[in-house]
Every structure is written in structure tokens, then in C-alpha cells.
Write a protein that binds this ligand. Sequence first.
Ligand code: MN
Length: 399
Amino acid sequence: MTNSWAPVPEGSGFGINNLPYGVFSPPGGRARVGVRIGDHVLDLRAALGDQVFERASLNDFMAQGREHWTATRRRIIDLLTDPTQRARADEVLHPVDQVTLHLPIEVADYVDFYASEQHATNLGKMFRPDSAALLPNWKHLPVGYHGRAGTIVASGTPVTRPRGQRKAPSDPEPEFGPSVRLDIEVEVGYVVGTPTELGESVSTKEFADHVFGVCLVNDWSARDIQAWEYVPLGPFLGKSFATSISPWIVPLDALAAARVPTPRQDPAPLPYLEEAEPWGLDLRLEFALNGHTVSRPPYAEMYWSPAQMLSHMTVNGASLRTGDLFASGTVSGPGADERGSLIELTWNGAEPLSLPDGGTRTFLEDGDLVTLSGSAPGPPGSLISLGEVTARIQPSVNS
Ligand code: MN
């Protein structure tokens, strides 16, 4: 593909093959839709003239569907590679460090899965050491739960340490207070554009007709609150206080070169979960604590593909809405430095991490800065960046 006339620094993951969408406001201006190229943001309303980009979320654009997404991407590529367009489009290109980035979508419903075999195995070993690591359903369906859409926040939004009830097995009574086991989960999120009617289901081969793109997700988790509350209905207040997502939604079209087979599935899944061309993705993720890389979870190891997740979450006839977000679950690889949560990295707090400043961590402390980042292979010689999602931990209110 031709290069863009727009400046793209050497080695940037935001070249002409990526073009992720986000919502930004220029200094003194209203929020609007833009596309990232290099270290700049192209104002799409100004560049293409479409009203749909004059909104503070991607939802109206995403509702237009796959054909329109592909045509729009084509128009943006043409604009950014045609030198005769430069004089006009240069004026609506903003340096990314001079704009404010917002939550890119109005989140409709939110579902979180549990699709990493290594993650599920690690947690099983920790919490059920005397039985099989995986529960009997795990290889038959992508396990998930409905989370809280209204507390999904933009990257950079501080996360306040949640308060709640906790009770260790050895405690006689529950106690109340700020979580002392605040954790992260490195995840990948899938954003739904095209909705469905109540009663319809989406097959695995219809995945790309409905899913617009991909972002990074940090599913903050208070392990102490979670451990006491989760039986028998699953995660609740230990998860719902905040979930952070990255500002750039990378379109599925940018991830063609990152597509890989999923690991072999044994037993074979039921027919509605079969996939002729699996949607495995070679995404390389990274978790940094106060600027120090702690782990590099490999997404390509994920057992269930996002197409299988989407098929499963609609097989009962539950409808999709534009802006639905479903996340993969914690991404963990087999290596000790490939785990996507502190509970795994410290083996439930038993093996603290050593940090370069001489400190140690089991779980997060107030003031800690957490940054998740990710990238994927692009067409030969190029890299597709997923950007980053970051947040600093603030002390609990009233503590
Ligand atoms: Mn999660």
C-alpha cells in the first residue's frame, strides 16, 4: 500500500494500515470523531463532510454497518495517500498531544468472558487445589457474565479504590473497608456496530458483519470483595466499580494480517460454536506498573475466539445493540511473565513482584499507575498498534 503524505514516525504502529477511530476534542472545540494517523488525529467531519462524525461517540457511524465501514476506510486511505488532498486535509489534522481523547463509544451492554485456558487453569489451581483445574463446562462453552456498562471509563480516568465487604475463610465475620487486594485484568474488547432483533442469533461466520473493531480493556478487580460475594451468582461489586478501555477502536479490517487459528479445541464444540475459519488473533499485549513492564500476555493462545463468544452470547435470542462491548477475559500465556493479572503473577499474593525502585507488590497500592498496551502484525513490514489504556489508583473515599 502507498504511504501517507501525513507524517508517520518510523516504527509507528499508527501508519496507513491501521487508522483506528476515536473521539477527540481540539482545544476549545466540541467532541467529534477522528481517525489516528501517526501522531495526529484527522477530524473526519471536516475531512469527509459526513454529519455522522460530528457526534461525541462512534455509535451512529458504527450503526451504519459493515459495507459503510469498509467504504469509509477506503475514502480515508484515498484521502491520506493522495498528495493533491494534502493542502486541504492538513488543516484538519491535529497533533494528538494537543487534543483531549474521550470514551470512544456509548457503551450499550457489557459482557466479560473467561476465554484463556491458562488463566482459568491458574485460578482453578489456586482456589480448588484438590479438584480438576477447569470446571466441567469450560471446554464446552465460553463462560461469561454481564458486567456494568455505565462504569466503563476512558483511559486516563483515575480509578478510586473500591470499598466493600470481605471475609477470608479464616475470619469469623465479614468486615467492611477499602479493598486490600485490588487487581487488574489484561483483556481485549470487541465493539458491536450492527444490532440484531430480539430472537435472532449471530452465527460464527457473521462475526465481521456485526463487530466493528477492537480495543484494550482493563477489567479492574477487587479480589477480596469478589471472593466473598461471588457464590453462587458470579462477579458483582468486586468488578462493577470501573472498567477502563483504550481510546482507539482498531477496525477489524486493520487486523487481517493478525488473524491466526485458535488452539485445537478438544472436545469439538457444539455446531453453533464451530468455525470454518477461526477468528484467532495474534495480539501481543503488555502490562506495565509505574512504567515497568511486568508481563506480556499473548492473545494468540486464547482458547475461544471472539466469533465463538458472539455466537454464544446471542444463541438464546438475546439481541445486540450498537455499542455493545464484550471482552475476552484475562489473557494469560503459559510463561510466568505472560500472566495477565496480579493474582496470577504473585500466585495469590504468595510470591510478591519485585519492582526496579526496590519496592514489591502483591496487589495495587494507591498512586500506582497501570498501563496496558498492545500491538498486532500488519501487512509485511508494518505494525498495528492498539494504543494503550492507563489509569492511576486513587485512595478510597472516606478511608
Ligand atoms: Mn475479566
